[in-house]
Design a protein around this ligand. Structure first.
Ligand SMILES: Nc1nc2c(ncn2[C@@H]2O[C@H](COP(=O)(O)OP(=O)(O)O)[C@@H](O)[C@H]2O)c(=O)[nH]1
Ligand SMILES: [Mg+2]
Length: 232
């Protein structure tokens, strides 16, 4: 099974310098960087080091992931944020799990001994709230210890099977919820979240909260993944 790593970032030059050398060449067949329009030298860094990078067309994390998975070729996809938070050594662990038969691997910061060194009081509360909400509505199917980390590995064909075509920043959460609704094999593995190594936080938290709230309700009360129907 071939492995694609999708690195998603905007203006993460410090993180890229620190993290990219830790992603070992033997872990993947393809590494694709999706850039949100960086102006801090990230694009130049990637080109200088021979990485395959493209600038996304639409705005936001969801659009980045949505565009990147369509360009990926691997049977297995791992999505990776290079801001310094994600432990790189989880990548081969996720790949191994999928090779063993898992469909989706969710790295958790709050279960099985893991913890976050990056949380503030506000993000800790947000993570707890929406993980609890997901478990309230989907607890009969799966019990998440972390619903928001968005450090995920999955079989690429799920994108098509689950009609995952959205630019919402809850792209990863929709994948998880549709996966458990479909009865797929979803597992969590622990992975500490480290502090970002430089630069600023990019994801707008209020908008994320709104999208999480509506995503959980929509996925709970719609029977099948909504497929876009095109009329000729
Ligand atoms: N391609 C792309 N990456 C983004 C965008 N917004 C945020 N990111 C990346 O998403 C990752 C997580 O963002 P961050 O701001 O650290 O959010 P937090 O970890 O939830 O606080 C980082 O690698 C960011 O650079 C975007 O619009 N496009
Ligand atoms: Mg971060």
């Amino acid at each position: 099974m071939k492995v694609s790593i999708i690195v998603f970032e905007i203006n993460e030059i410090d993180g890229m310098r620190a993290m990219m050398p830790q992603i070992k060449r033997e872990w993947y067949d393809e590494l694709l960087i999706v850039d949100g329009g960086s102006t801090d030298g990230t694009i130049e860094y990637a080109r200088e080091h021979g990485y395959d990078l493209f600038v996304q067309k639409a705005k936001g994390v969801g659009a980045a992931l949505n565009e990147a998975v369509r360009k990926a070729h691997g049977d297995i996809v791992v999505i990776y944020a290079p801001d310094g938070s994600f432990l790189p050594d989880r990548i081969p662990m996720m790949v191994q799990k999928i090779k063993e038969g898992c469909d989706i691997v969710n790295v958790t910061r709050y279960g099985y001994g893991a913890r976050s060194y990056d949380d503030t009081l506000a993000t800790s509360f947000g993570n707890w709230t929406f993980t609890t909400m997901a478990n309230l509505f989907f607890g009969n199917l799966f019990k998440f210890t972390d619903f928001l980390y968005t450090y995920l590995g999955f079989r690429r064909n799920l994108v098509e099977d689950l009609a995952l075509d959205t630019t919402l920043m809850t792209w990863g959460q929709i994948l998880l919820l549709r996966g458990i609704k479909r009865g797929l094999k979803v597992v969590e593995i622990p992975g500490d979240e480290h502090r970002r190594v430089g630069g600023a936080v990019k994801v707008p938290k209020l908008r994320a909260a709104y999208q999480l709230f509506t995503t959980i309700l929509r996925e709970r009360f719609s029977e099948e993944p909504s497929r876009q129907v095109r009329t000729l």
